[in-house]
Design a protein around this ligand. Sequence first.
Ligand code: GLC
Length: 403
Amino acid sequence: MADSAGSREDSRAWFTQARFGIFVHWGLYSVHGRDVWSMYNEQTPLDEYRRLADHFVPERFDPAGWAALAKDAGARYMVLCTRQHDGFSLFDSRVSDFTSTRSAAGRDFVAEYVEALRAAGIGVGLYYSLLDWRWSAYFNGPERDPEAWAALREYVHAQVRELCTNYGRIDILWYDGAWPYGPEAWGSAELNAMVRALQPHILINNRSRLPEDYATPEQRIAPAEPGRLWESCMTINDHWGYVPADTNWKSTTQLIHNLVECAHGNGNYLLNVGPDPQGAFPPEAVTRLREMGRWLRANGASVYGTQDARDRRRIGMVHTFPTVKDNTLFTHVLKWPGKELVIGNLASRVQRVRFVATGEPIAFRQEGSRVFLSGMPRYAPDPHDTVIALECDEPPRRLDRHA
Ligand code: GLC
């Protein structure tokens, strides 16, 4: 979390440093375990959908535990869905009675979440869907019934105001669901001006259909143009919400590799988990997060606060992405080659080589732009990604063979 007195510039620097966040999709859709879009896909009438709230009485919701797990995973922030497209708010709202405070749960989960994260020093992110499927105005659009649309927009602005007023400092506002309408329809410019007046340091994503602070490629790693902040959000299995039938968990190695690929392109990785209706993270997710944390504790220097290394691709191993900080090139070895490893295309002079996890030096010799590492273990020291640091005499430069 950035300094509480910090400016928006400080927040941007904090975001780059942070690299890794946890996205949490949790709400009424967790009860039936058929994901966030079930209400739409199954055309569930509102009266029927509302009944899920009678069964949403989480007994294991422990935001301090979530924050501790995030910390153990090496994540620096979390983003919680405060209201998904289904319209159910996990916070108290003067403009809606479809909330966790006015239903069986009787609790303001956003308040508890924010407090726990802040206490743990984890950055506080709030997701908010502009669209709400309960409103026919959303489907009719701003043209057909401008008055009804104005009421929807007023409701949305009021809720965003509540989120930015009632919970103290918020680090990230993560909009979603503006489609198919543009920023004029939602009044996004006014909305975001209000948000910034209330939370001057806040970072806002690009999903109110205005660019704001950062881009949000979804389910893929797609860097924004150099200089622009970005964050790839991705599911840990194949769904955003809790779907017990979905056992297609990404491997820890894959998750680490995704994080490294984001860091290589100077972006963040927002990894999503769908807690069960009681509020517990699925055990398969917990295991993976803890393994990521173990790897990050040993190798975090190659991820946190690294710089844009896109122009350094092809220095190092095939099928991995080097990361860079100042004069150091980090080679991420996913497929351990055995006792010797060759790194080509490096125009800078290497001064020292070491394993990042242990600091143990590695013997090397450099012939022009080729670096030969020798005397290494036969088997991979780290099954996920062994990171080797090459300290150079300048910020590592790639040999440009096209010149
Ligand atoms: C899509 C889905 C939404 C989900 C989001 C996460 O926009 O519609 O439910 O929260 O992806 O990025």
